[in-house]
Design a protein. Structure first.
Lengths: 200, 200
DNA sequence: AACCGCAGAGAACGAGCGTTCTCAGATTCG
DNA sequence: CGAATCTGAGAACGCTCGTTCTCTGCGGTT
């Protein structure tokens, strides 16, 4: 167990599971030590502080999210299919036993206000996801705004499913996405409301 | 300052502001004491524990949300107008200086996992909002599903606007809502006389 | 005036946290 | 073989927090 890389992975994996299940501030470094089997001294030699470990966990979550979502998108046909596959991906995620909402959103609620480093990672993850959806929306023949609208649906589905404990919110998101996509790319005649904005 | 009721209000108001700005676990009882000007002894005579205070703050947030949203809806015309007014309401809220997302969602991320009482209040608030939107959707001539879809947009707008620090997500939500509503109730060419269902 | 009771201010307490230190045992190298 | 170095386990430290306790002084009643 001298392998620096594996030690790091085990610490992050243990912390990730604990943080996601209980919330970051509810999990002490000693719990990470117990779950990972790595001594405190070694943990601190890899991550100088808990904040560094938190950032590493967020990074790992990002990586896993990108990889898993990417796989789901890769097995879908066409840009429209990939957009809808996002919601299928969410649905299967929501159905997992330990689903407790989006780790990034939860972490923002917990420490976004006080830790700028954490807030930055969360903001970046959300921005990247939105950019991905916008790109797919353009590929599907829609506008950037369509992408933003679909992002909202995906975001809302995550918090709604988490709080209500009901995975079916992914289906509502999917249905709404389908309607918006078809409306935008002209499968259905669109009411030309366009930029009518009564606000401000 | 013997008025039990005013004392309670001042404690809750001080705690609410601090909790929302910094997160609950970042705010100690002593900070609530300093901000409210009420002694610790008195605070504990009204709220036997911090958890009780947290629940009271959540209740007050709920009350304020219901009242303010209700006012916005009351000044809108028709069910369709009231549905869209939700997003105008969100937009003005997002623009306030101290906006830091939905207190309920943030609180869920922070203590929903460990405190069942907190989780219950959060779940109830979201369920009630969803029920309201569903009711409006039915009044507008749409389905329950339309209501659920619009809920997702509102929910997503709150987290997206908070994390990105960008109030304009409310506008994307509004535009998507408009499209979904019109698609659902088929007003593409229908005149305003379609209000066979009247409710003034 | 004398007593009683209560309220305010904040010190005190026990627990838990992040972080550091100690120490015993293993390992390595001359 | 022996000495120097490293490592793991966990005790220890300093701090903060939620909660309780103590002490001091004021107000009301007779």
């Amino acid at each position: 167990m001298i392998d620096e890389h594996e030690v790091r992975d085990r610490i992050v994996a243990a912390a990730d599971a604990l943080y996601y299940a209980r919330g970051i501030h509810e999990v002490g470094m000693d719990a990470v030590r117990a779950a990972s089997g790595i001594s405190l001294k070694r943990i601190y030699s890899v991550f100088p502080s808990k904040a560094d470990l938190v950032v590493a966990v967020l990074g790992e979550r990002r990586h896993v999210w990108d990889r898993d979502l990417g796989r789901s998108l890769a097995s879908a046909d066409g840009a429209r299919g990939r957009l809808l596959a996002i919601f299928d991906f969410l649905r299967t995620w929501f159905e997992t036993d330990d689903f407790r909402g989006c780790f990034f959103i939860n972490t923002y609620g917990e420490s976004g206000a006080t830790s700028e480093a954490v807030h930055a990672v969360v903001r970046q993850q959300k921005a990247d996801f939105q950019a991905l959806v916008e790109r797919l929306a353009l590929e599907a023949g829609g506008t950037e705004m369509l992408g933003r609208q679909l992002s909202l649906l995906a975001e809302g589905a995550q918090t709604s499913a988490a709080i209500a404990g009901d995975p079916s919110w992914a289906d509502d998101g999917r249905a709404a996405a389908e309607a918006l996509i078809d409306l935008a790319i002209g499968t259905v005649a669109a009411p030309a409301s366009g930029s009518a904005r009564t606000h401000a």
